[in-house]
Design a binder for this molecule. Structure first.
Ligand code: GLU
Length: 400
């Protein structure tokens, strides 16, 4: 009998965090590595938010708080949903957690029984299937590949829903592709979902503010008001406010679900860090202008990366509407030989080759459920991106 549980054996460690750890290890060993693995803004947390955290410490706001968030933060979150998304939630419909991952985890733990299915559009963010599995559910995948613009269709959704479908996890703009659904696309998916009342929607809106050109973000419960009663709208401060390390995610949804999630949280982490909560009150209530300014910086980086990868032999890279990722296909490179005689059999071989030969860290597509592709996070400086893209061009050109 194994000491480690059977349920843990069903999942793997987070591949995105593994790449981050690998980059740290190689750098510590003296290698020159450009890290395009972690999906984390390179910007700093704004000063007003840091000041709010210092003040919280000074004022002794350093004790346990209500399990799923201080009232001041729940109010700020409710106001954010009202102001930015046109969604009305009472404070009993708001949950605050230790990062967006925790929000997902609580929701799945609170709702999934063996046999319950979670629909996951593919490619997906790495942790969705494993969280569903850990909570006892069964992930079901809907493939939306390069030709589909990485977006699922209403017909596909309709065909995938069964009486056991409990959740659709819906992430727009998407990690890892940056694809984002328009209002019309959401309405079309909504028509299907309205016919299947057993399906709840987990809307992961964490990249809401990182959108480009004239793309207009709308969250699914706002685009399809008939889904409001069965949608958990999730967001957090990590990406928009450059607060990844502070670990604050939150959600708005049905009061009964929010209460069940608080029960899970009360028996696991208790409250999210009190200081981070006060910092988040300031983040949500304070100046917001820098968010759009930073999105413009990301847009410039997207253009740089898409154009430089367009010149890399054998890569096919779409231009995404949001997030800070691109997800190029390497289908033309499969079977090619590396200069030292190795073969690129799959996307793991390709990202390993990039890391070994050129010191560029990325994440292989298999981790996101769609191969042969790889993910680049371009949330880093233009200089680093330019150098990384040159190295990628060189690595592709060296394949024969
Ligand atoms: N969302 C980020 C990524 O995909 C953070 C790392 C993680 O938690 O997976 O890289």
């Amino acid at each position: 009998m194994s000491f480690i549980s059977e349920k843990l054996s069903r999942i793997k460690p987070s591949p995105t965090l593994a790449v981050t750890a690998k980059v740290a290890e190689l750098r510590a060993a003296g290698r020159d590595i450009i890290g395009l693995g972690a999906g984390e803004p390179d910007f700093d947390t704004p000063d007003n938010i840091k000041e709010a955290a210092y003040a919280a410490i000074r004022d002794g706001k350093t004790k346990y708080t209500t399990v799923d968030g201080i009232p001041e933060l729940k109010e700020a979150v409710a106001e954010k949903f009202r102001r930015e998304n046109g969604l009305e939630y009472g404070v009993d419909q708001i949950t605050v957690n230790s990062g967006g991952k925790h929000t997902i985890f609580n929701a799945f733990m609170a709702t999934l029984d063996p046999g319950d299915e979670v629909l996951i559009p593919t490619p997906y963010w790495v942790s969705y299937p494993d969280m569903a599995l850990l909570a006892g559910g069964t992930p079901k995948f809907l493939e939306a590949g390069v030709e589909a613009g990485f977006k699922i269709t209403p017909e596909q959704l309709d065909a995938a829903i069964t009486p056991k479908t409990k959740w659709l996890i819906f992430n727009s703009p998407s990690n890892p592709t940056g694809a984002a659904y328009t209002r019309a696309e959401l309405e079309a998916l909504g028509e299907v979902l309205l016919r299947h009342p057993q399906v709840h929607i987990f809307a992961d809106d964490i990249y809401e503010h990182i959108i480009y050109g004239d793309f207009e973000f709308v969250t699914i419960a706002a685009a399809v008001p008939g889904l409001y009663e069965r949608t958990l709208t999730m967001n957090g401060v990590a990406k928009a406010y450059a607060m990844t390390g502070w670990r604050i995610g939150y959600g708005g949804g049905p009061a009964a679900l929010i209460k069940a999630m608080a029960k899970v949280q009360s028996q696991s982490t208790s409250n999210p860090c009190s200081i981070s909560q006060w910092a988040t009150v300031e983040a949500l209530n304070g100046p917001q202008d820098f968010i759009a300014e930073r999105a413009m910086v990301f847009e410039g980086r997207r253009d740089l990366v898409v154009s430089m990868l367009g010149e890399a032999r054998g890569l096919n890279c779409a231009t995404p509407d949001g997030a800070f990722y691109v997800y190029p296909s390497i289908v033309e490179l499969i079977g090619k030989k590396t200069p030292d005689g190795g073969t690129i059999n799959n996307d793991l071989d390709f990202v390993s080759y990039l890391l070994e030969e050129e010191g560029v860290a990325t994440v292989h597509g298999e981790a996101f459920g769609l191969s042969p592709c790889f993910r680049i996070s371009y949330a880093t400086s233009n200089e680093a991106l330019e150098e990384a893209c040159k190295r990628i061009q060189r690595a592709c050109a060296a394949l024969a």
